[in-house]
Design a protein around this ligand. Structure first.
Ligand code: SAM
Length: 282
């Protein structure tokens, strides 16, 4: 942090910088550096190892998309596994689906504790929800060892560096597949393809041999700058990605979802990929 400004260090040649009006926390857990500060436009901001993770202002876009797209496309989900997601925003969105029980596996208890303390508006009490189970463990080890099976697996990870690196490997994806019930759907945080080309290309080439349908869906998240954020999609259910808009609309209504970004039109449109993204899937 320099003076009153915080510069993200994700890229060597490109930076976004936030005005800091208050630092709420600046320290280290056993796994990573953690900073939480306040910005006049985005509200409270969570940073791990120099990389912006989420902000009060725009977290709804990322969390709604990565939770509701697979759960609504699945249509009958009863169980979901969230790998990472220590801020609780994904857990909150998964629990909006009354029929779904959620397991969250986060490596760093420190992230959960600090987010509960300083960013309670993101989890909105979901860590204490009766349909939530929280496990403190390495997500890669969890999926390699668990006997549980899930309808949807959501990888809400940091970028492929530090503790999150293992969540982008072929072995991890194969173990996620093993944890899915028949027709289950795996979705992943796959970076901003304009700036993180190799994240998308590697995710695609590692998922492709494992599942019959592998693709991405996109959403613009203002603090993940550089254009669309991409989310990986992998399943053996060939129909799920092509669920028609009226069916999506019905399911959203039946689930009684209250959302600020996600709706049936967005759901269908999000699978339309620009050519520069398709090229990375060659
Ligand atoms: N929305 C965010 C983004 O795209 O920048 C991700 C947010 S969430 C805070 C990411 C979480 O993944 C962090 O809390 C981190 O501790 C957790 N994490 C990283 N590596 C992990 C691992 N191997 N197993 C489980 N959780 C992990």
């Amino acid at each position: 942090m320099t003076g009153q400004w915080y510069s993200e260090t994700l890229y060597p040649d490109f930076r976004q910088t936030f005005e800091v009006t208050r630092v709420l926390y600046d320290g280290r857990s056993g796994f990573q550096g953690i900073v939480i500060f306040e910005n006049p436009r985005f509200g409270r901001v969570l940073v791990l190892d120099g990389v912006i993770q989420t902000t009060e202002g725009d977290e709804f876009i990322y969390h709604e998309m990565l939770a509701h797209v697979p759960l609504i496309a699945h249509g009958r989900a009863e169980t979901a596994l969230i790998v990472g997601g220590g801020d609780g925003g994904m857990l909150r969105r998964v629990l909006q689906h009354d029929s779904v029980r959620a397991t969250l596996v986060e490596i760093d208890q420190g992230v959960i504790d600090l987010c509960r303390q300083y960013l309670p508006s993101i989890s909105e009490g979901s860590f204490d929800h009766p349909r939530a189970k929280v496990v403190i463990a390495d997500g890669a080890k969890f999926v390699a060892e668990t006997d549980e099976r899930f309808d949807v697996v959501i990888v809400d990870s940091t970028d492929p560096m530090g503790p999150g690196e293992v969540l982008f490997t072929s072995a991890f994806y194969a173990d996620c597949k093993r944890c899915l019930k028949d027709g289950g759907i795996l979705v992943t945080q796959s970076g901003v393809p304009f700036l993180q080309k190799s994240v998308l290309a590697n995710t695609y080439s590692r998922l492709k041999p494992l599942f019959s349908d592998v693709s991405f869906f996109v959403a613009p998240v203002p603090t993940y700058s550089g254009g669309f954020m991409a989310f990986g999609w992998a399943t053996d259910n060939l129909e799920a990605r092509r669920t028609p808009q009226p069916v999506i609309e019905e399911r959203i209504e039946a689930a009684g979802l209250s959302t600020r970004y996600y709706n049936a039109d967005i759901h269908v449109a999000a699978f339309g990929l620009p050519n520069y993204v398709r090229a990375l899937m060659a």
